[in-house]
Design a protein around this ligand. Structure first.
Ligand code: PEP
Length: 254
């Protein structure tokens, strides 16, 4: 399994002003330059940080990503930022389908499908998030919910397009709550996700797909999570805002 790309990606969400963001990015870049990661590292920042952070990252080992992009190509969409604009900053990735976007900004499967298409068409790689609510897990519907999210927004992609997709399973009940899925719960879901990717794109493509776990991942639990056969790294919220914590999670791959 250890052939496919391992990734630790930070999602800053709506934190850090421009100066703080540049300082944090510099710190992460220096930490990774001094002690090279054993995995891909991605820093996903608010839009306003992208161009400046691109200047301080050595993207050979710390890649840059956005947290969102528009579902329209260009034009009269006040306040929106297109995939082409994101790409022009030097970013290589974009997070799409995060539960906060689905929940608070009403992003539907159909909207996300458009966003994914535009991101890929503009040369971005997509970190596509999926995950169930606590209520859905308690009703034992997590597999069906996650499958529907993938069916609705990314399983329409061609095999060629699929190569630019990273998946992130983030149970909503574990995001920012301090409540991590157990490594067994996470592994069970990631193995399930890999099995449905195999049904869609074949076993080889499924073996090559990077699937991350996200939800209160921190230095204290990263090693155990990453030791599981189907967990290829993490999408990190809170703990990505402190360089030492983020680096400790990156180092869980050592
Ligand atoms: C996230 O929202 O992507 C996330 C994983 O957040 P946290 O690590 O803070 O739970």
């Amino acid at each position: 399994r250890k052939m496919r790309k391992k990734i630790v990606a930070g999602n800053w969400k709506m934190n850090e002003n421009l100066q703080e963001g540049i300082a944090l990015a510099k710190e992460i870049n220096e930490a990774c330059a001094a002690d090279k990661p054993n995995c891909g590292v991605i820093v996903c920042t608010p839009f306003i940080h992208l161009a400046k952070v691109a200047e301080v990252l050595d993207q050979n080992f710390v890649a840059l990503g956005a947290e969102n992009c528009a579902d329209k190509e260009k034009g009269a969409y006040t306040g929106e930022v297109s995939a082409a604009m994101v790409k022009s900053t030097g970013a290589q990735y974009v997070i799409l389908g995060h539960s906060e976007r689905r929940q608070y900004y009403h992003e539907t499967a159909e909207i996300l499908k458009e966003k994914v298409q535009l991101a890929l068409a503009n040369g971005l790689k997509v970190i596509f998030c999926c995950g169930e609510t606590l209520e859905e897990r308690e009703a034992n519907k997590q597999n069906e919910v996650v499958k529907a999210e993938l069916d609705g927004s990314v399983f329409n992609l061609s095999a060629e397009e699929w190569k630019n997709i990273v998946l992130a399973y983030e149970p909503i009940w574990a995001i920012g709550t301090g409540k991590t899925a157990t490594s067994d719960q996470a592994e069970e879901m990631l193995a399930y996700i890999r099995s449905i990717v195999a049904e869609k794109y074949g076993k080889e493509a499924a073996e090559d797909t990077t699937i991350l776990y996200g939800g209160s991942c921190k230095p204290g639990n990263a090693k155990e999570l990453f030791a599981k056969p189907d967990i290829d790294g993490g999408l990190i919220g809170g703990a990505s805002l402190k360089c030492a914590d983020f680096k400790a999670i990156i180092d869980a791959w050592k």
